[in-house]
Design a protein. Structure first.
Length: 168
């Protein structure tokens, strides 16, 4: 990534329990996550290192063009982001989302709970190991605040990876 990229919040998604998540116009984001959102299995979701889940709107559109019945929020992301080169959104980069600062901590491995978003239940289509650049990511909240649909998103420079990938 050679220059700062700017995108926007295309959708904010929350759920009382799992997926799909419903779209809301705004949400407070804190170190404990996105207000109005609750995860079913805290062993794999939530917590300070996985407080916010993000996915690229452009990736969702490309997957839909492949024939997958996917839409914003159906794979469990809290923030759907448009206008960034999604392959540059990786562990170690900072994102400024409206007034909120996030640090991407890891890729989110897909599970069978999101299978309905994929033709033939092929949820591994967004596996970071099998399809690099097509995965959702998790982030830690560095500065909390209120985020609204349409807010600008700035992708800052990469830091050292927070959770470096493990060898296969």
């Amino acid at each position: 990534m050679s220059r700062m990229q700017t995108g926007r919040v295309a959708s904010i998604n929350v759920s009382d329990d799992g997926v799909p998540k419903r779209s809301v116009p705004e949400a407070a984001i804190s170190a404990s996550g996105v207000a109005g959102d609750r995860q079913r299995d805290l062993r794999f979701h939530g917590g300070p290192e996985r407080a916010v889940s993000l996915f690229g709107a452009d990736v969702i559109e490309a997957l839909a063009a492949e024939g997958h019945p996917i839409a914003a929020g159906t794979t469990g992301e809290n923030l759907t982001i448009a206008g960034l080169r999604w392959s540059d959104v990786q562990p170690g980069v900072e994102l400024t989302v409206g007034p909120v600062r996030l640090l991407v901590t890891s890729y989110a491995s897909p599970c069978s709970k999101i299978a309905a978003s994929f033709a033939a239940d092929a949820f591994t289509r967004i596996s970071p190991r099998m399809h690099p650049g097509w995965s959702r990511v998790y982030a830690r909240v560095l500065e909390p605040g209120l985020v609204r649909v349409g807010d600008p998103v700035r992708l800052g420079p990469a830091r050292a990876p927070v959770n470096p990938p493990r060898p296969p």
